[in-house]
Design a protein around this ligand. Structure first.
Ligand SMILES: C[S@@+](CC[C@H](N)C(=O)[O-])C[C@H]1O[C@@H](n2cnc3c(N)ncnc32)[C@H](O)[C@@H]1O
Length: 240
């Protein structure tokens, strides 16, 4: 069970906001005693510097920095960002990121589509959705299962639909990614997700997978040719 808490000695407005969010999210608010740490468990904690997801293994916050390097390269005129290239992303596009996570891909998309475009992010895990929703305001976030959300969309609603599910990545990762992994939804991407995404996409459905796995094959997708030096593989299928 996840609980909402505040960090030590926060302003009363922040505590009121944390209580309000706990109610909205349907989570209990942990009444913290003065000068006492948080007990074991999982907490969404509001402090003066925003929200943090904490458990016994560490802390995770929404960081815009994850996409910064890729955005800098785009600004410098580099054209080798695989997602941007495969999706043929351009200013004004509407993108649906079905598996938001820490939002690095979505932020790169938001940078390219610019103010005339739109990026919508979906995240099934409540704590990860809460971090993303509270941590940035550029991307509209929905707490949703992507298949259920796609089924409610009209045909050709977005230019590009993106999937980057948790599959296949068993390798040791950074502490932040380990925390993401612990709280993420791990269910496999189902073929109906791809079928629904093709109905909803005007241009491309993009799927990211792990190189040494049968993730893409299982979905009847073929990896696009790319550099030998990366563990990530990408597939794309056209909208219908
Ligand atoms: C590998 S992460 C995505 C990383 C992301 N592309 C980034 O750049 O930070 C996958 C995320 O998708 C979420 N997820 C998995 N299945 C989902 C589903 N059916 N609907 C919505 N989100 C889902 C997981 O909870 C996890 O946060």
């Amino acid at each position: 069970m996840i609980q909402v808490a505040v960090s030590h000695s926060v302003a009363p407005e922040l505590e009121a906001r944390a209580r309000d969010r706990a109610k909205q999210w349907g989570l209990p608010f942990f009444e913290r005693q003065k000068n006492r740490g948080l007990p074991a468990g999982t907490f969404l904690v509001l402090g003066g510097d925003g929200w943090t997801l904490r458990d016994e293994n560490g802390a995770l916050r929404f960081a815009e920095g994850l996409a910064r390097l890729r955005i800098k390269r785009l600004e410098a005129g580099e054209t080798d960002d695989v997602l941007v290239k495969l999706a043929e992303l351009r200013a004004g596009d509407e993108v649906l990121d079905c598996t938001f996570g820490l939002g690095a891909d979505a932020q790169v998309c938001a940078h390219v589509v610019g103010p005339k475009g739109r990026v919508v992010g979906l995240e099934k895990s409540l704590p990860l959705w809460a971090l993303a929703k509270e941590g940035q305001h550029q991307i509209v976030m929905h707490h949703a299962d992507c298949v259920e959300y796609l089924e409610r969309q009209p045909a050709k609603r977005f230019d590009v639909v993106l999937f980057d599910p948790m599959f296949g990545r068993k390798k040791k990762a950074s502490p932040a990614f380990e925390l993401l992994r612990a709280h993420a939804s791990h269910e496999p991407l189902r073929p109906e997700a791809i079928a629904e995404a093709r109905r909803v996409a005007r241009r491309w459905v993009i799927v990211k997978g792990a190189r040494y796995s049968d993730d893409l094959k299982r979905l009847n997708l073929k990896a696009e040719p790319q550099s030998r030096y990366t563990d990530v593989v990408w597939a794309r299928v056209s909208g219908l």
